[in-house]
Design a protein around this ligand. Structure first.
Ligand code: GYE
Length: 335
């Protein structure tokens, strides 16, 4: 049996099961005793468990809201689990959703590896899993149905291309990395390096994790400034929150962010546009967090067993924004 046939058979079974949940034995019990809302509300709404990374910054807030809104709009009951930046919590939540017998699971994985066992549990119970935002690295990719998120490798490349253009290929860079082991950290690290690789004039003089957080970005930037001082010409931050933290550190050190030190980051959240309008951030590469509608459109198809032509990876398109034009677009930003 080919992989695709096997997969479609499995999801035909899932669809049947889901329909049973929908129209037949739709009662959902909170077997894990989490005290969360039970699907046994008589409304017959399909129940989706959503396992989020945590609430590390502005991007994540927008992402969570988008998923919640889309679930409601599409008529799902959403059970939300906040991983609070710990994979261990996310794994527990996933197991709990499996035990509850939800109809489907959406996982935004904190880090890339370590998911095989818990995804096996979901597969054994025929509960389809959709991976959202960050990627997983698993031995058997039939453990999830599809991945939906941004092309974070390309974002790293776009940031590097912008920087080469801006500096003419000559710059001493410090890098603020995201959460260690998270797919956007790995991809933004690699994408950036793959582009600057043939630019002998661009040198990364320091690189450390700021965990995608504003406070940590500030702290790490303070340490960079202490150690490297005037040598630093550019900050490449894996997200806007850390860039905003770095802006504060640069100002505290008596320098002008955006002019004395160039800053390029990723996400395109509102606070980054505000910083660009104030001239303190030079560029942000968009990473769209409004992934809820796409996720539920796909989940609808999954539960209906209609996954024949569903790609394994569904990537959202990103754009580059610069401070020179930020004021013209800030009004139309949705997050
Ligand atoms: O860039 C960052 C958030 O996973 C792509 O996570 C996402 C990243 C986003 O904390 O701000």
């Amino acid at each position: 049996m080919s992989l695709t046939t096997r997969r479609s058979c499995r999801f035909a079974a899932v669809a049947t099961l889901s329909l049973m949940f929908l129209f037949g034995c739709s009662s959902k019990t909170d077997t894990a005793g989490t005290g969360e809302g039970s699907g046994a509300d008589g409304a017959g709404k399909p129940v989706i468990g959503f396992v989020q990374t945590g609430s590390e910054g502005d991007w994540r807030k927008a992402h969570t809201e988008s998923v919640r809104e889309a679930a409601e709009a599409a008529g799902y009951e959403l059970r939300f689990a906040d991983g609070q930046a710990k994979q261990e919590n996310q794994i527990k939540a996933l197991s709990s959703f499996v035990a509850q017998g939800v109809d489907g699971i959406i996982l935004a994985p904190l880090v890339e590896t370590g998911w095989d066992n818990v995804l096996e549990k979901a597969k054994k119970r025929n509960i389809p899993v959709l991976i959202l935002d960050r990627q997983v690295d698993v031995k058997d990719d039939s453990l999830y149905v599809t991945y939906i998120g941004a092309d974070t490798y390309n974002e790293g490349r776009l940031a590097a291309e912008w920087l080469i253009e801006k500096t003419g290929g000559k710059a001493k860079v410090v890098e603020l990395q995201g959460t260690p082991g998270a797919s956007p950290t790995i991809n933004r690290f690699n994408g950036f390096r793959d582009v600057i690789g043939d630019q002998p004039g661009i040198e990364i003089i320091a690189s450390q994790s700021g965990d995608f957080r504003r406070s940590k970005g500030k702290e790490v930037m303070e340490a960079f400034l202490k150690k490297h001082g005037d040598e630093i010409e550019v900050v490449y931050a894996h997200n806007d929150d850390m860039a905003i933290g770095a802006i504060q550190a640069i100002e505290d050190a008596g320098k002008k962010p955006g002019d004395d030190i160039i800053l390029v980051s990723i996400d395109g959240v509102r606070s980054a546009f505000e910083a660009m309008v104030e001239g303190k951030l030079n560029c942000t590469v968009e990473c769209n967090p409004l992934q809820g509608p796409m996720a539920f459109e796909a989940m609808g198809k999954i539960l209906a067993g209609d996954i024949g032509d569903m790609p394994k990876k569904q990537m959202i398109k990103d754009e580059v924004y610069e401070r020179e034009t930020a004021k013209d677009v800030i009004g139309s930003r949705k997050y």
